[in-house]
Design a protein around this ligand. Structure first.
Ligand code: Z5A
Ligand code: MG
Length: 209
């Protein structure tokens, strides 16, 4: 039985990640078993701490919260590996790149930020939904959460675009213009996802290096 593909959707606030993850999962399910996972997973004990932090009901050191986000991925990693081995394709709404980009934007060292995620299952494809500040702003005002501020989002976008060029992830990234209609974005994500599906069909699962 072929293994499932690990397909990661990344992007800024209001880029349409959750909208598109749902559409991709629905479409994939017509031909292959597929599951959706989202990070942060706010349902676990670690996720509860992250949720309180994001809603600003608790304060944590930037390093400590970075490690919580990573631990939140690690606590799901065995399950993700088992799902992939069982032939289930896993679509992930935010993953390690959000972890690195948001913490770097707060001023933490890039190498330090990546270290705790080394060894996690590596995406077969990481699809980055790129959106300009102007287009994102048209989708409504910023919400109440901690990072939903213009200057932070600008820095995060810059960090994401730098991560795309990291040699350790060479070949993993696909950039999709998220400023188009929902249907157009869906179509471009579908094309990009095929790359990951093909990779999973022919190659072993790797780990983040
Ligand atoms: N974070 C971190 O710091 N470290 C980590 O390791 C991880 C995350 C994993 C919470 O994430 C915060 O955690 C996040 C990063 C940080 N902070 N910020 N900012 P989250 O994933 O829980 O955030 P979210 O609130 O669920 O998602 P989002 O990014 O805000 O939105 P989205 O999922 O990208 O967009 P959406 O909900 O699909 O769509 C937004 C709106 O736009 C909605 O009204 C849609 O109907 C509309 N939309 C969607 N697509 C379109 C198109 N194509 N045209 C027009 N309108 C559209
Ligand atoms: Mg979302």
């Amino acid at each position: 039985m072929p293994r499932g593909a690990l397909i990661v959707i990344e992007g800024l606030d209001r880029a349409g990640k959750s909208t598109q993850c749902d559409r991709l999962v629905t479409r994939l399910k017509t031909s292959t078993p597929t599951l959706l996972r989202k990070f942060p997973d706010r349902t676990t004990p670690i996720g509860t701490m992250i949720d309180a932090y994001l809603r600003s009901t608790s304060d944590l050191d930037d390093h400590a919260v970075h490690l919580l986000f990573s631990a939140n991925r690690w606590e799901a990693s065995s399950a993700i590996k088992a799902e992939l081995e069982a032939g289930v394709t896993v679509v992930v709404d935010r993953y390690i790149y959000s972890g690195i980009a948001f913490s770097r934007a707060k001023g933490l060292d890039g190498a330090w930020c990546r270290a705790p995620d080394v060894g996690l299952p590596r995406p077969d494809v990481a699809i980055f939904l790129d959106i300009s500040e102007e287009a994102a702003a048209e989708r409504g005002g910023y919400g109440e959460e901690r990072y939903e501020k213009k200057e932070m989002q600008r820095k995060v976008r810059q960090d994401f675009l730098e991560l795309r060029d990291d040699e350790r992830d060479a070949g993993d990234w696909a950039v999709v213009d998220a400023g188009q209609s929902v249907e157009e974005v869906e179509e471009n994500i579908w094309k990009a996802a095929q790359k990951g599906i093909e990779r999973a069909r022919t190659k072993d699962l790797r780990t983040v290096v």
